[in-house]
Design a protein around this ligand. Structure first.
Ligand code: 8YV
Length: 328
């Protein structure tokens, strides 16, 4: 029997490609070309499976062009690049990479919170530009982290990781809002109190976004929500571009309606709203919250594990859908 054919859509760890090659006929992308949807469709025309990242859109048009495709393993926990309904209807399995990135991503969320509150990017630019000539009492005076109120919107695994860091490490008062409330045990572990979205916006000194991107969360933070925040508050987005209305945020930062923002994700990334590039009170990073070598390797290995388990007949390890039918 011939081996299943797999496309690895982006350049990933060579050892993971090598491991996949022991099980499959693999076409990889060592040049790391970001294929257009048409190029990706062409590549998938004869493939049985694919390993993707968040930058490949998997929708009905792509699936129609890939009649043999049975599984797409995303190397990401978020899978808003998948049209899950279209995949399920077409009998295509989707998988993601939960758990392996939780603590690393929570570390980064906290780092971005601290960098934003303590104005680390802005002050570094000032120093590099040779503008530091003397001490002054209010030079880059920021907002307090310890003992302040940490607000978390979206309380999944990563949100809980951030809550624990804030509550246990920095004595923060943690409030959260989520589609569903945590169990009393988890709330106690995170020392977190469930509040309405309105109360969250009104009371948070640092508001961290950690919710998935869905049509319902599109622009969950826009001008109206920002207007409810404290003028001294910081907004941190490590979730997905599109959850924040970036144009409204840039305007609010410019007008100092809130103190600052820390952003790892952007609407239409890798493009960044030009106004965000010119306002000083924002820390900008290029979608790197999960980017440590061990974590990115664990993500790639889990995506590979999903492909191997699926074609071995053991079923996917971390499925995101349950396709009823099976493709030929
Ligand atoms: C990925 C992420 O780096 O896992 C996620 O959902 O956003 C990041 O960890 C990115 O999506 C590339 O796949």
């Amino acid at each position: 029997m011939s081996k299943p054919r797999i496309l690895v859509a982006r350049n990933i760890f060579p050892e993971v490609v090598e491991r996949l090659s022991q099980h499959f006929e693999v076409e990889s992308n060592p040049q790391d070309v970001v294929w257009t949807p048409a190029e990706l469709a062409e590549k998938l025309a004869d493939k049985d499976g694919a390993l993707t990242t968040g930058s490949q859109r998997v929708d009905a048009a792509l699936l129609a062009a890939a009649p043999r495709l049975r599984i797409v393993a995303n190397m990401a926990v978020g899978y808003n690049n998948f049209d899950v309904d279209a995949m399920t209807a077409a009998g295509v399995q989707g998988t993601n990479t939960p758990d392996v990135l939780t603590e690393t991503t929570a570390d980064f969320g906290f780092a971005l919170l601290m960098a934003t509150a303590r104005r680390m990017a802005e002050s570094e630019h000032y120093l590099r530009a040779g503008q530091w000539t003397k001490w002054s009492y209010d030079l880059f005076a920021g907002t307090e982290v310890h003992g302040s109120t940490l607000g978390i919107l979206g309380m999944g695994r990563i949100g809980q990781g951030i809550a624990k860091r804030g509550a246990h490490g920095f004595g923060m008062n943690v409030v959260y809002h989520n589609r569903s409330r945590l169990t009393p045990e988890l709330e106690a572990e995170c020392k977190a109190r469930y509040v309405s979205k309105e109360e969250l916006l009104r009371t948070a000194d640092h508001l961290v976004l950690v919710l998935p991107y869905t049509p319902a969360s599109h622009h969950a933070i826009g001008a109206a929500e920002i207007a409810q925040m404290k003028p001294t508050a910081n907004l941190i987005n490590i979730a997905r571009g599109g959850i924040v209305d970036d144009a409204a945020l840039a305007k609010a930062l410019k007008e100092r309606r809130i103190a600052a923002a820390g952003l790892d994700v952007f609407e239409g990334e890798p493009a960044v709203h030009p106004d965000l590039l010119t306002v000083p009170n924002v820390v900008l990073t290029p979608h790197i919250a999960s980017a440590t070598v061990p974590t990115r390797l664990a993500m790639a290995q889990l995506a590979a594990d999903n492909l191997i388990a699926f074609f071995d007949g053991r079923g996917p390890l971390t499925p995101v859908n349950t396709p009823a039918g099976k493709r030929a």
